[in-house]
Design a protein around this ligand. Sequence first.
Ligand code: ADP
Length: 191
Amino acid sequence: MRMLIMGPPGAGKGTQAGAVAESFGVPAISTGDIFRANVSQATPLGIVAKKFLDAGEYAPDDVTNNMVRDRISEPDAAVGFVLDGYPRTEQQVKELDEMIAFTGGRLDVVVCLTVEQDELVTRLLGRAAVEGRTDDTEEVIRRRQEVYCAQTEPLLDIYRRRGQLVEVAGLGDVIEVTERILVAVTAALAS
Ligand code: ADP
């Protein structure tokens, strides 16, 4: 199973990627988590990425692409993966196509979680209070949303045209949303 979970900041990609990956027996790979782990350990990658993350901007494509290529070439991802937070730019879509072609596999499905704007802001501010992520301030949240709308939302059309996009409502209990995703993915794979 090679699957992407897309959607705006606050849509619940990370939570759902974990649950869905577990049910398919593949790793969930979150670029945001990998970046944050590197930032907190002050690795060379983390030092480069920190200023972009803190500002709500995307890290440079080459940095992100190399990071994902390394991660999906690890043995546990040979059976597949659920990618959360990648691709986010057109250049990353192209790179991912090449990475998957190189392994001789194919991308099975792209899930987009849809959630209303007001709910997104409420969720992110709630998370800020609990987790204290440095990019969950009101100003940076606004910037992340702008960057998403400008650079990532248009990518959905690419996958829609390829017939790989499945849109799933992200509102409701976590378990309910996971169920919805599993039903939608199963239907998409059968068609
Ligand atoms: P969000 O909840 O905003 O979707 P993530 O945890 O997925 O946040 O990502 C946090 C930050 O990590 C992003 O704002 C960005 O700076 C960086 N990042 C994550 N994925 C990518 C990517 N594919 N390309 C560039 N930057 C990325």
